[in-house]
Design a protein around this ligand. Structure first.
Ligand code: FCB
Length: 454
């Protein structure tokens, strides 16, 4: 589907992507599970952050969310009825190890065992992310990602997960979007844990970067036949004007948003040549760290939603670069004020494909929030439908052009808790009525089902 020419029919079929290409849906524990203290679950930084007034749109929180904890069978059955064969979800660290270290919760482990077993029974392959932003609060009380002890906390957590679930789960992802949880959570303070500044951000970045490889090594050692990846947020970056200053600003933003975590992982070190302030990360680097940061993942999860336009700006400290909001650029946008720009996903696949050492790319998230209207019990979300088709066409083009992309996961299955934005942006293929927990398949969901069937 061409967004500017919605008359053009979408006629791709799954087999056009090759026979091993996987299609699925993605979710994250805090955004769907609810049951925030049910059984012996510990408090996570998102439980804590959302309990403070003013942090989240309308002071909303994930205490109930989609109540997936109690309704997972219903949701997985719905997935099955929609021909969805691959389900990406994350484990809540604080459900499995309530204090982050020490005692393992039998009930927490049991919950994920039931989810995994039910997926398998329904013919759905589980794809598990170890960490999708919900650090146990007890670890945050000791500094969280800023404290280098997180390396051993995380190693232990990964071991517990690999040992309990590795007999049945073969597809693993270590971290979800480290740039977002360190940037929004430890530099800007707009996500949990809400801390700010370089003194938090730089050590958090370095430790998260090291945990990518730690998680990968643990899974490799403990899970036979594992297929292991880790995921990155990324966006095509375009200079706002064709001036030397804006071009430089775009390069800096690109280094920070797209290169910061992948390049050290591939043994290339931090991209400090464009972002001088990154040199300060050296004070957190111990001998061997850059060597230990390298890990040979089976796949890299690329997560793309939009592109960014960047201009030079004096007042922005460190970077002198600023994102020009989509709403100021007279372009088609989503409810998040993200530009709808399908070629961005092609561009990111192409960029990651150029790195030596990436074996394969999987789109582990792509999707859109639009103001959905429930009319006569139906949601005719034609904008989301067109968005997904247009992005999928770009993924197909990438595949056809010989780029190494092997899968695509829609963000997300049911509408859920969208972090600082609360429940306002709906990203689901399935509409959630948050008062009754009723699920209603949207037009986009019906289309995905038909596409997967074809
Ligand atoms: C990504 C997150 C995911 C969701 C989507 C919209 O950055 O990984 O949890 O919030 O954005």
């Amino acid at each position: 589907m061409d967004f500017n020419n919605p008359q053009k029919p979408f006629n791709l079929k799954p087999q056009d992507f090759g026979k091993d290409f996987v299609f699925g849906v993605s979710t994250a524990a805090y955004q769907i599970e609810g049951a925030h203290t049910q059984h012996d679950k510990g408090i996570s930084i998102w439980d804590h952050f959302t309990s403070k007034k003013g942090n989240i749109f309308n002071n909303q929180h994930g205490q109930i969310a989609c109540d997936f904890y109690n309704r997972f069978e219903e949701d997985i059955l719905l997935m099955q009825s929609m021909n969805i064969k691959h389900f990406r979800f994350s484990l809540a660290w604080s459900r499995i190890i309530p204090n982050g270290t020490g005692m393992v919760s039998i009930e927490g482990v049991d919950f994920y065992n039931r989810v995994i077993n039910f997926c398998l029974k329904c013919g759905i392959t589980p794809w598990v992310t170890l960490y999708h932003w919900d650090l146990p609060q007890n670890l945050q009380n000791q500094g969280g990602w800023v404290n280098r002890d997180v390396l051993s906390w995380f190693e232990n957590y990964a071991q517990v997960c690999a040992t309990h679930f590795g007999d049945r789960v073969k597809n693993w992802m270590v971290l979800n979007e480290p740039m977002v949880f360190t940037g929004a959570g430890y530099f800007l303070g707009v996500h949990a844990p809400g801390t700010k500044g370089l003194k938090n951000f730089l050590p958090a970045v370095h430790h998260a970067m090291l945990c990518q490889a730690i998680g990968g090594s643990v899974l490799r050692a403990l899970v036979p036949n594992a297929h292991i990846g880790t995921t990155f947020s990324c966006s095509q970056i375009t200079p706002f004007r064709n001036t030397a200053k804006d071009i430089l600003a775009a390069k800096k933003a690109d280094a920070l948003l797209n290169r910061l975590f992948i390049e050290p992982l591939l043994g290339m070190g931090y991209p400090a040549e464009h972002v001088a302030v990154l040199k300060r990360i050296e004070s957190y680097i111990k001998p061997q760290d850059l060597k230990n940061a390298v890990f040979d993942f089976d796949f890299i999860g690329v997560q793309n939603y939009t592109r960014e336009m960047v201009r030079h700006h004096y007042l922005v400290p460190y970077l002198r670069a600023k994102i020009v909001k989509a709403s100021k650029r007279n372009v088609k946008t989503t409810l998040m004020d993200w530009e709808v720009y399908p070629p961005s996903i092609y561009n990111m696949i192409e960029r990651f494909n150029q790195y030596k050492g990436i074996k394969k790319i999987i789109i582990t998230e792509n999707g859109a929030a639009f103001p959905d209207m429930l009319v006569d019990g139906k949601v005719h979300d034609k904008e989301r439908l067109h968005y997904l088709q247009a992005y999928l066409e770009q993924v197909h083009k990438a595949k056809k052009d010989g780029l190494n992309v092997a899968g695509y996961f829609v963000w997300t299955f049911t509408d859920n808790f969208e972090w600082a934005e609360g429940y306002h942006p709906r990203f689901g293929l399935v509409y959630t009525n948050f008062s009754t927990q009723k699920r209603i398949k949207k037009a986009s969901g019906a289309w995905y089902k038909a596409f997967l069937e074809s």
